[in-house]
Design a protein around this ligand. Structure first.
Ligand SMILES: Cc1cc2nc3c(=O)[nH]c(=O)nc-3n(C[C@H](O)[C@H](O)[C@H](O)COP(=O)(O)OP(=O)(O)OC[C@H]3O[C@@H](n4cnc5c(N)ncnc54)[C@H](O)[C@@H]3O)c2cc1C
Length: 396
């Protein structure tokens, strides 16, 4: 089996690195550190515009939709490298929403939404979870009712979403709504694109333990054109599950894990306050070697998922395995780091004297997010057992 990149893929990786060397400036890094991935007008916005100018938001889309026609492996390499550098990569709008519009959207959906997504001008928050519908997503109650006909009418939307990440900096919602309350639960759901600035939309911040901002979003008689319905009415469950599989793949890149282990390898070579150098301890070296090998395994899992996508398959089981492995590995890296860095390692992110500017303290608090984001690891273990190994589900 051939695990190496081919010449063309290596050249692409070098092109991406050259771009990052040129455009990841100290000013951009400072703004990213200050705003923690908020996207105000400034260096981050300018960086995103440069991605749009190169067509890198739609790099793996077919050229007929304004993409560059490169493949999922190119996309994967770019995202991994951006993660390694700690700068925002093309987000879920590009990696999971747009492919679902291409696959299932109407011609009007494609013409209206794909070009602005490719330019980086349209960014969607993903509106699935509700206070009473997390894992059991099909329990969602946000309601959309069509007034008028399917061509010229309007959807009127009422309800609430929770854990709606990025709504504060998005232009639209990829909103999952109930359109037929009498149908079986999974069959009465649709996806509608809703501009965040539509009258009746209210965004309220929810701050997670790590300081990460997500949101509650309320919809109060919000009206959008009938044509904002994605694909067919009441077929949303298929589009959502497809987008979630792609989301898991996109969220499980190993770039930030490699960066964390590289940073940790640097930190353990520095003497602690008591003069001890952790890297000289065989036990420490043993633990770090274990993490290093696991990050390498995560990198190969990423290649596996990208290769399947390249063949036209949406990997479901593979990305579930990868998502569990990478999210638990991220937590293990943070735990090992805090063990090795001693009491100073507990100094909060950006506190004076915190080793590595406190990035491992912050990693420790942010790592749990990906253990339940995009579907909890417990539930994904069931998915692997049932869909992957044909084991019976509970209660059967
Ligand atoms: C910071 C953050 C950002 C998020 N961003 C988004 C976003 O942008 N868009 C969005 O739509 N959602 C988002 N989510 C929501 C996330 O996807 C949900 O939190 C997740 O799906 C779990 O749902 P829940 O919180 O309602 O927990 P529950 O579904 O109530 O689960 C609680 C616990 O029970 C376990 N459990 C539940 N059912 C089963 C089962 N059948 N078998 C075994 N165990 C089970 C779960 O594993 C979990 O440990 C985000 C969440 C957070 C915290």
């Amino acid at each position: 089996m051939e695990f190496e990149l081919d010449v063309e893929q290596e050249a692409w990786l070098e092109e991406v690195r050259a771009f990052l060397r040129e455009h990841v400036t100290p000013e951009l890094r400072r703004e990213l550190a200050e705003h923690d991935l908020e996207f105000p007008d400034g260096e981050v916005a300018a960086f995103r515009r440069k991605l749009g100018e190169r067509g890198w938001f739609g790099l793996n889309w077919p050229t007929e939709y304004g993409g560059l026609g490169l493949g999922p492996i190119h996309q994967h390499l770019l995202v991994s490298e951006f993660e390694y550098w700690g700068v925002p990569a093309p987000d879920l709008t590009v990696t999971s929403v747009a492919p679902m519009i291409m696959r299932h959207g109407t011609e009007r959906n494609k013409a209206e939404f794909l070009p602005p997504i490719a330019r980086g001008e349209m960014v969607c928050a993903v509106g699935y979870s509700e206070p009473g519908a997390g894992t059991d997503l099909a329990a969602l109650r946000t309601r959309a009712v069509l007034e008028g006909d399917a061509e010229t009418g309007e959807w009127v939307i009422n309800g609430a979403k929770i854990w709606n990440s990025g709504a504060q900096r998005s232009t639209h919602e990829w909103l999952c709504v109930r359109t037929d309350p009498d149908a079986p639960r999974h069959r009465g759901i649709s996806v509608i694109i809703v501009p965040i600035d539509a009258p009746g939309v209210t965004v309220r911040p929810l701050i997670a333990w790590s300081g990460y901002r997500t949101n509650e979003v309320f919809f109060d008689d919000v009206r959008v054109p009938a044509g904002n319905l994605i694909g067919e009415v009441n077929q949303g469950w298929r589009y959502i599950t497809g987008a979630l599989d792609l989301e898991r793949g996109a969220l499980t890149n190993s770039g930030d894990l490699r960066r964390a282990v590289d940073d940790l390898l640097t930190l353990v070579r520095e003497p602690r306050e008591d003069g001890r150098v952790p890297a000289e301890d065989p036990e420490v070296r043993h633990r770090l070697a274990g993490l290093d090998a696991d990050v390498e395994a995560a990198r190969l899992m990423g290649y596996e998922a990208a290769s399947l996508l390249e063949e036209g398959v949406i990997p479901s089981i593979e990305v579930s395995v990868e998502k569990i492995f990478t999210s638990e590995l991220r937590q293990r890296i943070a735990t090992v780091a805090l063990d090795l860095l001693g009491p100073a390692g507990l100094l909060a992110h950006r506190s004076p004297g915190a080793p590595g500017e406190g990035r491992f303290e912050r990693l420790y608090r942010s790592a749990p997010l990906l253990r339940f984001g995009a579907g909890t690891n417990e539930v994904l273990r069931d998915v692997i057992a049932q869909r992957g190994h044909r084991m019976p589900s509970y209660g059967r």
